[in-house]
Design a protein around this ligand. Structure first.
Ligand code: MCN
Length: 788
């Protein structure tokens, strides 16, 4: 690879050839000798009591190996745990059995599992299981679940279906609102952030093998965090952690949906252990829609108080967060820590009063979906910026500028208690406005609609919290783990390198960017470096890939480990060159004596000597590897401006998505090509929420959008070309100066597009519409039948 400086180079992802030529191994590709197949029988009711469960016919069906019910698992498997126990919230954690025993609480709740010789037999036999249900009333709406006195109750442990009440109060919001009432302005708006269904390319899949001779359980599965999975697998199955090995082969994308520890992996492990056979389970897409976690699903009432010049003095509100039937692994932390603390966005809002009520309903569990809490926060504050601008007759860009945290105030502590590491918001805004030709659009708007099409432009000036995170801080929020990261950089005798990371990329491209980091730190050719991840049996413990933490924390650990290797190589080179270490210069893989460039040893030569160990300097151990465990001192806060331009056809309500500009700042960029790819993918997911996607349950708790035919996953032709650009404000505390970027597009784009559509609809006096902005919804609003 003829690139002298690899950090910052747009090189193609090395993952892709195998992924796009069918050479990659996914969990479902695995074939183990003697393998059997599992099929989970799931409840067709959203809420019901199980009165009879007869598995005899299934058990007798030819080819069936075993059938288990919730009662068989009782006392053998522990309940599925929740790992984010947010404090001071009266959090209720009702038990979540892997298979329901008496009561099912959402459509898709497992009641039995069939293990058979092949997956078709397993499926056929599952159809023979007779379950009598006594249906109970269901509730799917989180506000009704809490506020309606006769709402069905899901768990005895959680009166009124309240899982937690989380309160954030800072400054004196009441006083600010009183002042605004007298001499300013108060804007109030209700917002629905609809439920979304993650659509990874591959659904979830598990293969478990238990060796009763050694007591070892090996599980291959679609997880974003194998080490956490091992810990939780051990907790749930009781198998000692050192006997459990988790391997994530090709995962096929996750977008957060493969973070949680689901009942299914515990069930499959149980089946493998109790049948003595390796067992495979792969969900189909329908099952995926019903039982893999969903995202978002907030109902919010929000007020902002401001001065007449547009300076916001306070934000106040309440959100009802739908958590589904059970608390998924990280669920309590998403609408609180990752959402509430980001409510003030990139603005100097001094007073905050916010309450989040987490609610159980008869729906699939809700957990982290790309952005996880931050898209919901950004949506609220960025929509409010536009509402306020409209109320005051100001330009939305000017209102934002007025409230930006000035660049000289970083590190900046927000009213919500976070310390933003670095930021410089105006240059990103300026760049984006220039690229979209903002003034020209505003001029065009003044000319009025053309052919019944109304022009709109929408901004989103976002910041977000990622690079999770300092362990002590996340621990103080109730997260039951650390969020440091591990790395091992190992050079082999031939000078080639294997790098182990505790993170577990599954589509983001770190096999490439991590190799770029090591290539630069050690001056090795990039093709000589392999990156290994996703196997608890390979490298040290680490916490996985989510929260756009992989590069910031995992990459930071890799840089530190590589630097340790370089230090050791320098000692050996100095010894071999009979020079003082302090006299050596390191450049592109060579150590040479300052002033004598020919007196040199390459890092490969030093490495070979480290393995031969014939002539090592005193106190230096053989071999050439180093590890690092990096716990960052703060999160990172990337930011930027996204702008969307739309035209709305007033006759049909259709939205023409015309142009999109994204200017992001994720600090130092390792690979601009990959960063662009991440931003593109993120924008698509965020825009899809604004315009098309939404999970719909009917009042009985049946998922009406239960397949790709009913759920509006967008297609490429629905988007204009995205124009991306960047500013660069390094993170001051990260060894590489990087900030995360994996979620920025999703976080930023939703409000940009909604703001653009509402901007276009301003001539009709429309102040807000809830997402998705379908033609029907827009048309209804234009023609005067809006419900809000
Ligand atoms: N990068 C870079 N320079 C930076 C920051 C990042 O070159 N300053 C590169 C990274 O090295 C990496 C990519 O950009 O190749 C994204 O890195 P990062 O921001 O660290 O995000 P993570 O790797 O932690 O990915 C997690 C993030 C999340 S939370 C979701 S959800 C998500 C996403 O990434 N899910 C994805 N992107 C996805 N992309 C794919 N293809 N599939 C998913 O499931």
């Amino acid at each position: 690879m003829a690139v002298s400086k690899l950090f910052g180079a747009s090189i193609k992802r090395r993952e892709d050839p195998r992924l796009i030529t069918g050479k990659a191994t996914y969990t479902d590709d695995l074939q183990l000798p003697g393998m059997a197949y599992a099929q989970i029988v799931r409840s067709p009711h959203a809420h019901a009591r199980i009165t009879r469960l007869d598995v005899e016919a299934a058990r007798r069906y030819p080819g069936v190996v075993a059938v288990y019910t919730g009662r068989d698992l009782q006392g053998v498997l522990n309940p599925i745990p929740t790992a984010w126990l947010i404090p001071n919230s009266d959090l209720k954690t009702p038990p979540h059995p892997a298979l329901a025993v008496d009561t099912v609480r959402y459509v898709g709740d497992g009641v039995a599992v069939v293990v058979a010789e092949d997956r078709y037999t397993a499926r056929d036999a599952a159809g023979l299981i007779e379950v009598d249900y006594e249906p109970l009333p269901a509730v799917v709406d989180q506000v009704k679940a809490v506020e309606q006195s006769d709402a069905p109750q899901l768990h005895a442990e959680a009166p009124r279906n309240v899982a937690f009440t989380w309160v954030l109060a800072s400054g004196d919001a009441d006083k600010a609102f009183q002042e605004a009432e007298r001499d300013g302005v108060i804007v109030s708006q209700g917002f629905i952030n609809q439920r979304l269904i993650p659509n990874a390319m591959e659904p979830r899949s598990v293969v478990a093998r238990y060796n009763s001779g050694s007591g070892e359980l090996t599980v291959w599965y679609t997880t974003q965090n194998p080490h956490i999975a091992r810990l939780l697998m051990s907790v749930v199955t009781g198998i000692p952690e050192q006997k459990v090995r988790i391997i994530a082969p090709e995962v096929g994308g996750g977008f957060g949906s493969k973070i949680p520890f689901y009942p299914d992996e515990a069930i499959v492990a149980f089946c493998a252990r109790h049948t003595g056979r390796p067992v495979k389970w792969t969900e189909d897409r329908r099952e995926n829609y019903l039982t893999t976690i969903h995202g978002r699903d907030h109902v919010t009432d929000l007020d902002v108080a401001a001065r007449k010049d547009g300076t916001i003095t306070a934000v106040r509100g309440k959100t009802w967060a739908n958590l589904g039937a059970y608390l998924s692994t990280a669920a309590p932390g998403i609408p609180t820590i990752l959402h509430g603390l980001m409510l003030t966005g990139c603005y100097t809002i001094p007073n905050v009063s916010y309450k989040v009520v987490g609610v159980f309903t008869n729906t699939a569990p809700v957990d982290a979906y790309r952005g996880a809490g931050r898209p919901e926060a950004t949506y609220l504050i960025e929509r409010m910026m536009d509402c306020l601008a409209a109320r005051l007759g100001l330009d939305p860009a000017d209102v934002r500028r007025r409230n930006f945290i000035p660049p000289d105030r970083f590190p900046y502590t927000t009213a919500t208690g976070l310390t933003y590491d670095s930021g410089n918001y105006e240059p990103a805004l300026d760049k984006a406005l220039e690229a979209i030709e903002y003034s020209r659009i505003r001029e065009d708007q003044k000319k009025g609609p053309k052919n019944g099409r109304y022009l709109g432009v929408g901004l989103s000036t976002y910041t977000e919290i990622c690079g999770m995170g300092p362990s002590a801080v996340v621990g103080s929020t109730g997260f039951q783990g650390g969020l440091w990261e591990s790395a091992v950089v190992r050079l082999h005798p031939t000078g080639k390198a294997t790098v182990f990371t505790g993170t577990s990329p599954h589509g983001q491209g770190e096999e490439t960017t991590f190799a770029q980091i090591v290539a630069d730190e050690l001056g090795l050719p990039i093709d000589d470096i392999d990156v290994v991840h996703g196997d608890t049996g390979a490298g040290p413990m680490g916490w996985g890939t989510y929260g756009s933490r992989t590069t910031v924390v995992g990459g930071g650990a890799i840089a530190l480990a590589a630097r340790r290797v370089r230090e050791k190589a320098a000692k050996i080179a100095a010894h071999l060159l009979e020079a003082a270490e302090g006299d050596l210069v390191f450049d592109q893989g060579r150590f040479f004596v300052r002033g004598s460039p020919d007196r040199a040893k390459t890092i490969q030569e030093a490495t070979l000597q480290a393995y031969l160990a014939w002539n090592l300097p005193p106190g230096v151990e053989p071999s050439m590897e180093a590890s690092a465990f990096y716990d960052p001192s703060n999160f990172t806060f990337p930011f930027g401006t996204h702008v969307a331009v739309v035209k709305v056809n007033a006759e049909t309500g259709e939205i023409e998505f015309r142009r999109y500009v994204a200017v992001d700042d994720c600090g130092k960029v390792i690979n601009p090509l990959i960063v662009d790819g991440q931003v593109h993918g993120g924008i698509v997911q965020g825009v899809a929420q604004a315009l098309w996607e939404g999970a719909v349950y009917n009042t009985e708790g049946q998922l009406l959008t239960g397949s790709m035919a009913d759920y509006a996953v967008p297609k490429a032709h629905m988007f204009p070309t995205f124009r991306t650009d960047r500013t660069e404000t390094p993170s001051p505390h990260n060894p590489l100066g990087v900030k995360g970027v994996g979620e920025t597009g999703t976080i930023a784009s939703t409000p940009a597009v909604v703001n653009a559509v509402i901007d276009a609809l301003r001539p009709f006096g429309i102040m807000h519409l809830d997402m998705p902005l379908t033609p029907e919804r827009v048309w209804t609003a234009i023609h005067g039948k809006s419900r809000r």
